[in-house]
Design a binder for this molecule. Structure first.
Ligand code: ATP
Ligand code: MG
Length: 423
């Protein structure tokens, strides 16, 4: 029989790794709370139509990365490849858009990509979305909020901010025509991928990784020359706000995003410590999306962070020490009466020490093997019950870390004794 394995690109996150995740999630949650953002929890499966209509039919995600299937009723469903579309759908459906909204969500996303370091088929994002604010002060707030997160995580020196404005839909349409004209005349100099994109999604050619293509783009029309006045003014204001806040950035005129719904501000936080998968956080403005999905015209802006990449960066830079994994107490017992006593004492101690890690040995076994497990648990103290202890109403307390000494403590005195010992 072939061994059952997880689906390629969908990873187990093991107990030795989860402390990094927990520490990251705690920091993110507290930060978003402190900026006045509210959490929204969204379904993992949505109607396929939602993603086609928002992300765009000719994007990589919709063309070749979605997990799409028919449910038992023959309706087309898709495992969400990102969160913005669902968040907009939920905001419209639940009438959240009458007033400005600052929202965030977290959870798994699914894309059929080639798995590699920092790129999975099931990956996790924390996403932040703001609805109802058209002015670039909110663009600045989102950027400063993310910058604060990097400082709190201790990775501020490892990431840099790239910024661009891609203007209004009309401006982009005019630019797209100019770019296509320029590149079509040099079609044979483009690689296959870019040739394909020339028809489907020519702006994506701008972020091609191919050096020849990049060289070819040096003399191509520049998006900045096609920006509408409003986008230009907003972009200037955003830069002024970032300057005033002392937030460094690099304007990258070739930064475009892979999803159709963006306009005006787009940004990415990138690191050079994770190889090709260097973008840890990306986002931008999407003023047309709410209306496009059937809501009342409402401006929107948001970003999403890739949690796997942040965890990689945290472990690579030695930041965010994992929360303590070791047990504090390990309770050992020999014989049925002692087992009964140990279980009752364990529950009583958990009442008194809710913050401590108290592990009760279960499953029997010799004294020697139980003590081995106690040692491996990393516990500071082993509490030991045998027949003698039960009869005498005591417990043997063995120090597993320091001198290995052992003391007999009256069972009733245990909380007091441990309070001093665990301090
Ligand atoms: P990339 O260019 O790396 O494919 P993207 O532009 O497709 O990224 P977005 O859709 O903007 O990514 O998602 C926001 C963030 O989510 C990315 O910057 C990245 O950190 C993370 N991310 C996206 N796809 C994956 C994936 N397959 N595995 C792990 N993280 C991912
Ligand atoms: Mg991608």
């Amino acid at each position: 029989m072939t061994k059952l394995r997880a689906i390629r690109g969908m990873n187990d996150i093991l107990p030795e790794e989860t402390p990094y995740w927990q520490s990251l999630e705690r920091t993110v949650r507290a930060l978003l709370h402190s900026y006045g953002y509210g959490e929204i929890r969204l379904p993992i499966v949505e109607h396929t139509e939602l993603f086609k209509r928002s992300i765009g039919e000719v994007t990589d995600i919709v063309e070749k990365e979605m997990y799409t299937f028919d449910d038992r009723n023959g309706e087309s469903m898709t495992l969400r490849p990102e969160g913005t579309a669902s968040c907009v759908r939920a905001a419209i459906q639940n009438g959240l858009l009458a007033v400005p909204q600052r929202l965030w969500y977290a959870g798994p996303m699914f894309r059929y990509e080639r798995p590699q370091k920092g790129r999975q088929r099931q990956f996790h994002q924390v996403g932040v979305e703001v609805f109802g604010i058209a002015t670039p002060d909110i663009d600045a707030e989102l950027i400063l909020l993310s910058a604060r997160l990097w400082r709190q995580l201790g990775i501020a020196d490892d990431v840099t901010l790239e910024l661009n404005s891609i203007g209004s839909n009309e401006a982009r349409k005019a630019y797209r025509a100019a770019l296509v004209e320029y590149l079509s005349a040099r079609r044979e100099q483009l690689d296959e991928d870019s040739q394909r994109r020339l028809e489907s999604n020519p702006l994506r050619i701008l972020d091609s990784k191919n050096p020849d293509t990049q060289a070819l783009l040096n003399d191509a029309p520049a998006l900045a020359d096609y920006l509408d006045d409003e986008a230009k003014a907003d972009f200037a204001r955003l830069q002024a706000l970032l300057d005033a806040a002392g937030q460094p950035y690099r304007v990258n005129p070739r930064l475009v995003r892979g999803l159709d719904y963006y306009n005006k501000t787009v940004f990415e936080w990138v690191t050079d410590r994770l190889g090709a998968q260097g973008t840890v956080c990306a986002g931008g403005r999407y003023d047309g999306l709410v209306e496009q999905l059937g809501g009342k015209a409402t401006p929107g802006i948001g970003f999403a962070m890739g949690m796997e990449r942040l965890v990689l960066l945290l472990s690579e830079t030695g930041q965010a020490l994992p929360v303590e994994q070791a047990a504090d107490l390990y309770l050992v017992s020999m014989g049925e009466a002692a087992e009964t006593e140990a279980m009752a004492r364990a529950e009583a101690l958990r009442d008194v020490f809710p913050e401590h890690r108290i592990v009760l040995h279960t499953g029997g076994g010799s004294f020697k093997s139980q003590m081995k497990k106690a040692d491996r648990s990393g516990a500071r103290l082993a509490l030991i019950w045998g027949e003698d202890e039960v009869n005498a109403g005591t417990c043997a307390v063995k120090d597993l870390r320091e001198d290995g000494g052992q003391e007999t403590v009256a069972a009733a005195e245990l909380p007091q004794y441990l309070r001093a010992a665990l301090a």
